[in-house]
Design a protein around this ligand. Sequence first.
Ligand SMILES: C[S@@+](CC[C@H](N)C(=O)[O-])C[C@H]1O[C@@H](n2cnc3c(N)ncnc32)[C@H](O)[C@@H]1O
Length: 270
Amino acid sequence: MKHAVSQQIYDRIDNEMYQYDGDQWWKGNNVYHLLKGSVNPCRFPYFVRTYTQTLKRQAGGKLAIEVGCGGGILAEEIASAGFKLTGIDPAERSLQTAREHAKIYNLDIDYMPGTGENIPFPDAHFDVVFCCDVLEHVRDLPKCISEFSRVLKPGGVFFFDTFNRNFLSKLFVIKLWQEWKSTAMMPPKLHVYEMLIKPAELKELMLANNFDTTEFRGMSPNINPFKMISLLRKRAKGKITYEELSNVMKLKENNDTMVGYMGYGIKKKN
Ligand SMILES: C[S@@+](CC[C@H](N)C(=O)[O-])C[C@H]1O[C@@H](n2cnc3c(N)ncnc32)[C@H](O)[C@@H]1O
């Protein structure tokens, strides 16, 4: 069973960047653009298709929470699909950015401070919990999964995406994307290898917390590794922007969960 990470490991991740860089989410030529340009086009259609077609439910008016919403890049898509959305995040500066952006686009999203480990809502309150690109950032994953189960109504759905932990994800997520200067597109302390999560570990935690049906789908770049490395090098040299990078390198849904993956679980009805 995966446990909360030690202080020693947690000290190596830079979760403070969402506070000191919290005004950067919508500014284009930076790492946050990848969430909008490369990740959303893969995960969000999957979430909507699963909710409306596989599970045959309607998004309109359903109560949803996005845990770790940052500056609102996924939250705005969720709200636009019709969910009545609350976004929580520990980084107040990111929440401020999210509020300002939603106001410009006339989106009714309630943003408030909070963490996955301590969700400021009563039991059985939400129809859907989204926690995306966040599970690999939290100190206490088991506590978060138990909180998601607690705040969901029976039959409610938990959607997620995160990174696997193995030699290949170490090569891509940690080395190529983060540590090696000639290819890095992410800050060096964005992810910590030991905090990445195997699908089997996440599934075990979900089953232990009252989720029964679960699905895991792969998310991988739509280009081969050689093309990706060539684009990463151009980006690192400043020859192309993050926007140009994400226009070419998009994640696609598949069966390969070796590096990135997404999925859902349903809270038991009894
Ligand atoms: C990579 S961003 C993901 C933003 C958004 N969910 C998305 O996918 O576009 C990670 C977010 O997780 C937040 N975060 C870090 N630790 C958290 C915790 N314990 N509980 C909830 N959110 C957390 C950070 O502040 C940051 O906004």
